[in-house]
Every structure is written in C-alpha cells, then in structure tokens.
Design a protein around this ligand. Structure first.
Ligand code: ADP
Length: 542
C-alpha cells in the first residue's frame, strides 16, 4: 500500500519563494572591497534572484547549462546561488585561489557557458580568459567603477528582465550546482549537486543537533561560497530566513571580529586556520570586541582541542564538523549526546574534538584489509560514507570509478576510527599517513597535541623517508609571536601523551606552514622540501 501523500518536488525555488514571501524585511549585509557595507533585504534578494533567472532564460540559457561564478562572498553571489538554479541552469562556483591553469581546465571540463565575475577579480580572469570559450561574461560592479570595455555589466543584464518570470518545471533530480574538488591529488574532479540533494542537505543542516540554524540567527559564512557551497550555509540560512552577513574579500581576524560585533553575528563557519587567527587577536585585545554568544562551525581540517577550549573562554562555541565537496559537504557533527553530559569535562572536550556523529540520513563505516572495522574507537581504516547528498560518481570522469565501492559507498580517502558511541575521528588522509615499521602513526593526533602547547601557533606533522623504518614523523612548528620553545621541550611535552615510537624524529621551526587554496596545510610541499632530512641529519653526524 502506498501513502496518501503528495509527491512534492524537493527543488531550490521552493526555498527562494518561502524566503521572499515570509522574510522580505530580513537584512542581507555585505562588506564591499572598500570595506563599506552594502545592505539590502530578502525582498530585494528575491526580486533580483528572479530577475537573474529571467535574464538568463532570455539570454538563451537551456536546462542544465553551466553558469560559472568567480566571486567573493556577497549579495550578488547569493543571487546566483538561487537565480541560476531557478532558471534551470547549473551554478558552477570557481575557486578564485586556484592557479589560472587549473581554472582553465575546470571551465573547459565543465563546459561553462556564461560567467558572472566580480570586477575586482577581472585581473585573475584575464589570466585565463583567452584559453576558455565563454559565451557571455557579466561583471558585478562592486567598486562602483565603470565596467571595462569588452564586458557586460551585471546590473544591466538584470535590467533585461521584464518581471514576467515563471519557474521551469524542475525535476528534483536535475542538476542545480557544481563544484570541483581542489585537486590536492591529480586533476580536479567535478561533483554535481541535484536540487533534491541541496534541499535535503539544508533541512539536515538546520537541525538543532546539527548546526541549529534558525530564523533568529545572524549568519556569517567565512568559508568561501566557492568552497563546497560555503558548506551549504547560504542555502540553509535562506530556507529559515536568517539575517545573512557576508565578509567580501576581508578575511583577516580584525575585519571579521569587527563585522561579528557590528552585525550581531550568532553563527559563523570556517576552517581552523581562521579561528586560530581569531583566538590570537582576542587574546591580544580581550576587551576590544563585545560579541554575541556565538557558535562557530569548524571543519575542513581537524579542530584542535586547544582551539575548542580557547574559544569557550571567550563564550564562543566551536561546533566541529566533517565533510567533503563530495558530501555537499556535511557528513558528521560533534555534539555531545544527552546521555554523555555527565561525563567529566575532559572527556567531553575529547568528544568535541572528534569529527562526530553522522547527521540523519548519512551512514558511515570504516573498512580496512580485514573488512568492516568494529566501532571500538581504536581500529583504523578508510572512512566510507553514503546518503542522499553523497556523490555517486564524478562528472565525466570514468577513470575515478574506484572512488565508489560496488555496494554503493563513497570512499573518502580519509583514515578514521569510530567509537562505541558512534563518534567518528579522523586520524589522517590516506596520502598523509605515516607508516613507521609497518605501523600507522596519526599525524593529526600529533599536530593537534602540539597546537595545545602554549608557545605553538601552528604545527604540521608529516612523513619523511627513513632507511630503517621506511617513514618517520617530522614536525614543522610555527611559534607564537614572542614565544619560545626548544625541540627538547616539545618532545617532552608530547612524550606525556604518546608512545615513544610516535614521537617526531625532529622539529623544524618555520615562519609559516604552506597551505592549499582552501587554507589547509599543504603537507605534500613539506614532504618534498624535507625529503632528505634523515640523510642530511646523519651526514651532519647527528
Ligand atoms: P580537498 O581538501 O581535497 O580540497 P575538500 O575541501 O572536499 O577537498 O576537503 C575534504 C577533506 O577535508 C576531507 O576528506 C578531510 O580529509 C578533510 N576534513 C574535512 N573536515 C575535517 C575535519 N573536521 N577534521 C579533519 N579533516 C577534515
């Protein structure tokens, strides 16, 4: 017997309609390149997103055509988030931190037809413009300067809409968005989000035990809108009608703290590097900012326990989450279960530093050479995941079929454990694992511990080749300004927490740790730079 319910389609225009009808007075605030604030409302956003959808259709956009964006986080990017899918097109966000060669590859591979670009990003676009064939390019005049010759003004393009717009009859499985992984290994791979996956992801993200996004929140995504849809935050915030604040290109700690304070931000999201900088700014000038009690979704790399504790001291609550471009991205979130609330404080912090429980409708498992691993919190293996917003394939890339198992799971390339309560903990990425004498050492555990040392600002632990043990860990350490620590002190500090054979063979002190375009530690570059470290040390008779 079937249920007697309607078959409502899960499509993004239903979120846009709700926002436009119910929350037209709610504000959307964007910081512009000159640091001034652009303010408008959901009413304006609704009108303009529909204008964009109509203008695209008038420009001849066909169902499934890709419209690329090369933009910072701001109001016009939000318009594209909804206007492009509402027209039947596919929003393809381009990562402005990639090399022009990679951008060329991605635009060609996705066969993007139109592009919307910030005026301040034209110098980047001009580095690959002649290598791609885009039919039309619309420039958002963020600085107010005239749009250079040869380009169309985005505002003029919106003005071609007459107000007579009707949504196409979208199927929930049609493509709505597209994003390429940043390609830390090999060529970038395209992930295509359906309307259905984005709507379900928004619902799950808003849940109280996930990110608890509500109409009463003021939300500021620091994570770029070109990086896994800013973790879905703009979609979720629009669904619930939360006030939205966008930082534009100004992502330094002081600019962010000023904006958090001025706009009364209650929920934000970003990678740990951003928050490590914020903690340092707050420690330096603890009385400078009056912040609301804030939740900060932290993911992309592991949130060190020291960071979670430091934020708590300022009344800022870290919500640690794990995900990938391939998982839209939310996969797990670490909230302490009600049944564990009477655990000692230290154990609760330990849980919050794990990557967490799978969100509803997502399943996780750990697989190693022995098969599926027990949930014992110890056995490591590859993390595999499945659910309605997990990619089942990459766009036009049959050679990557081995990322998906025969029984329908996605192989994440992360190495993890799951404890008896169901909390998943990432111990490494497969390619960053350190294998010493046949045993695995978790670089993530070591670097998180090091970042708990009072003198250490940042630490990355990585493998160097070793004649006897195959690989040994080496730690790259950045000290806090004005602080000092010796190699012996750091080793002694780690020795209280780890077995002796886990301790790094050496510590190198650097001014900064190289990063990927998403702000993660670029360990491949450290491995390359220090690949002869063991032989050089032995050559010095050490
Ligand atoms: P890439 O880093 O390859 O550009 P993504 O941005 O999709 O791609 O990043 C996904 C990866 O980021 C995950 O596979 C995982 O290794 C890492 N990651 C994400 N969240 C966390 C977290 N909370 N803790 C540790 N690692 C994380």
């Amino acid at each position: 017997m079937n249920g007697t319910m309607m078959q409502g389609s899960l499509v993004l225009p239903s979120l846009l309609e709700r926002a436009g009808k119910l929350f037209s007075k709610v504000e959307i605030v964007s910081r512009l390149p000159d640091k001034s604030l652009h303010r408008h409302t959901y009413g304006d956003f609704y009108r303009r997103a529909r204008q964009l959808a109509e203008a695209l259709q008038r420009a001849g956009l066909r169902r499934g055509d890709r419209v690329a964006t090369l933009m910072w986080n701001h109001y016009a990017h939000l318009e594209a988030y909804f206007g492009v899918p509402a027209s039947g097109g596919v929003l393809h966000t381009l990562n402005l931190r990639l090399h022009p060669d990679d951008l060329t590859y991605i635009v060609q591979h996705a066969e993007d037809r139109f592009l919307i670009v910030d005026d301040v990003l034209l110098p980047l676009f001009e580095q690959f413009k002649n290598r791609v064939s885009l039919e039309r390019v619309f420039v958002v005049p963020l600085t107010g300067a005239p749009v250079p010759e040869g380009y169309e003004n985005y505002e003029d393009f919106l003005a071609t809409a007459t107000g007579d717009f009707r949504y196409p009859d979208l199927d929930e499985n049609e493509a709505a968005g597209m994003c390429y992984t940043s390609g830390t290994t090999g060529k970038p791979k395209g992930v295509v989000y359906s309307h259905r996956s984005l709507v379900l992801h928004s619902l799950a993200s808003a849940l109280v035990d996930t990110l608890a996004v509500s109409n009463r929140d003021t939300v500021l995504p620091v994570v770029p809108m070109f990086h896994a849809n800013a973790w879905g935050v703009p979609f979720t915030a629009t669904m619930v009608g939360a006030k939205q604040v966008f930082p534009g290109p100004h992502l330094d700690p002081v600019s962010l703290l000023d904006l958090f304070e001025a706009e009364g931000v209650t929920l934000t999201a970003g990678v740990p590097t951003i928050w490590l900088g914020i903690v340092q700014a707050l420690e330096k000038e603890p009385d400078r900012w009056k912040l609301q009690p804030m939740r900060m979704a932290v993911g992309g790399s592991a949130a060190p326990e020291g960071l979670i504790r430091a934020m708590d001291r300022f009344g800022l609550r870290v919500v640690h989450a794990w995900g990938m471009t391939e998982t839209t991205p939310l996969g797990t979130v670490s909230q302490v279960k009600a049944t564990l609330r009477d655990w000692p404080e230290d154990r609760q912090y330990e849980i919050r530093a794990k990557q967490g429980l799978p969100v509803p409708l997502i399943e996780i498992r750990i697989v190693n050479d022995q098969g599926e691993a027990p949930w014992d919190g110890k056995t490591m293996g590859e993390l595999q995941v499945r659910g309605p917003w997990v990619a089942a394939s990459y766009y036009n890339r049959p050679e990557s079929a081995d990322s998906f198992t025969e029984d329908g799971w996605f192989r994440t390339g992360d190495v993890a454990t799951i404890d008896p309560e169901g909390y998943m903990k990432i111990t490494d990425r497969t390619k960053d694992l350190i294998k010493s004498g046949g045993e695995w050492i978790s670089s993530v555990d070591l670097e998180n511990a090091l970042m708990g040392h009072p003198a250490v600002a940042e630490a990355a632990v990585f493998a160097v080749p070793h004649p006897k043990w195959q690989e040994r860990p080496l730690a790259a350490v950045v000290l806090k300004a004005g602080a000092s620590a010796t190699e012996e002190e750091l080793r002694a500090y780690l020795a209280t927490k780890f077995a002796k054979w886990w301790l790094p063979d050496g510590f190198v002190f650097l001014d900064e740790i190289p990063r990927t375009s998403a702000g993660k530690f670029l360990k491949s570059s450290l491995r390359e730079r220090f690949k002869n470290w063991v032989s050089e040390r032995e050559g010095q008779g050490a």
